[in-house]
Write a protein that binds this ligand. Structure first.
Ligand code: PBG
Ligand code: ZN
Length: 325
């Protein structure tokens, strides 16, 4: 396809007005494509702002009904629930306790609005005393023994009423282990959104402070992807699909838009991107100093993430963005 050159062709013709630009816009954002992360904590009447995350709160379970009400009013697609437990131990007991913080949170969300899509983050790191995403022995992260606990965790979320469970641990084989645990217990209708291409990234900083889940020793590089690798991300996604994932994710979003674009090219499942806490905090920090306009920067980023090819965006801007567009 070739078009004549200048002056017959003038690309500025279709940029002359807002209405023209709107008419030929290639990428659209809708609140239904956004997922809002929620952090449930212990206590009563708690609404505690998080360092670096500005307007994002830890809320106690009794406050979740108000959150869900706002999310519905704004037309946001789903919530992604994280737990901030009161206690941690070596085997992450709080993660799969049927009365754990997430399990109570899911029940509260579903009681407030049964039709709100509830996704739960499935991992051990917020519940382990050492802060790693799997079981640890002699400073090694044990893959296969962790699978059983991850599957128990996912099953307990499903039993509490989660629509989708989202494993973020990056152990090999977790999607298959979770799928068979769900199927064995007649939860075949609960979907899995896998954090498939989750990188060992600096852009999770504020989240880790918020959920006190930073590893006590070492780092997550033996299980999360090396930021240098794009082809390996395709292998992770392909394996998760083979193991039964219903949707896959790339995380973080902005530094990995090439990975989002390749994944869109190769796979036909719903594709999510996680616009992480560090990506949010950078803009918040710069905006607070007057260095850029938060609204413009956020909308540009969210548009770019969609343009790269993902269907869903998990973002701390979900509420604000929904009110902006
Ligand atoms: C835990 C988890 C993390 C995030 C989501 N789930 C942190 C990590 O892997 O260290 C990051 C979320 C964010 O930064 O917004 N497995
Ligand atoms: Zn984790």
């Amino acid at each position: 396809m070739s078009s004549p050159a200048f002056p017959q062709t003038r690309l500025r013709r279709l940029r002359r007005s807002g209405a023209l630009r709107q008419l030929v816009r290639e990428t659209h954002l809708d609140p239904s494509q956004l997922v809002y992360p929620l952090f449930a904590c212990e206590g009563q009447g708690v609404r505690q702002p998080l360092d670096g995350l500005g307007d994002i709160l830890h809320v106690s379970v009794d406050q979740l009904a108000d959150e869900v009400e706002e999310i519905r009013r704004l037309g946001i697609g789903a919530v992604l629930l994280f737990g901030v437990p009161a206690a941690k131990d070596d085997v992450a007991s709080g993660a799969y306790d049927e009365d754990g913080i997430v399990q109570r949170g899911v029940r509260a969300l579903k009681a407030a609005a049964a039709d709100t899509v509830v996704i739960t983050d499935v991992c051990l790191c917020a519940y382990t005393s050492h802060g790693h995403c799997g079981l640890v022995q002699d400073e090694e992260i044990l893959n296969d023994l962790s699978l059983e606990l991850l599957a128990r965790t996912a099953l307990s979320h499903a039993e509490a009423g989660a629509d989708i469970v989202a494993p973020s641990d990056m152990m090999d084989g977790r999607v298959g282990a979770i799928r068979s645990a769900l199927d064995q217990e007649s939860r075949g209708d609960v979907a899995i959104m896998a954090y498939s291409a989750k990188y060992a990234s600096a852009f999770y900083g504020p989240f880790r402070d918020a959920s006190s889940s930073a590893p006590a020793f070492g780092d997550r590089r033996t299980y999360q992807l090396d930021p240098a690798n794009g082809r390996e991300a395709m292998r992770e996604i392909a394996l998760d699909i083979q193991e039964g994932a219903d949707a896959v994710m790339v995380k973080p979003a902005l530094a990995y838009l090439d990975v989002v674009a390749s994944a869109r090219d190769r796979f036909d499942l719903p594709l999510a991107a996680y616009n992480t806490s560090g990506e949010y905090a950078m803009v918040k920090g710069a905006a607070a100093r007057g260095w850029l306009d938060e609204r413009q920067a956020a909308l540009e980023m969210l548009t770019a993430i969609r343009r790269a090819g993902c269907d869903l965006i998990i973002t701390y801007w979900a509420k604000r963005a929904a009110s902006w567009f």
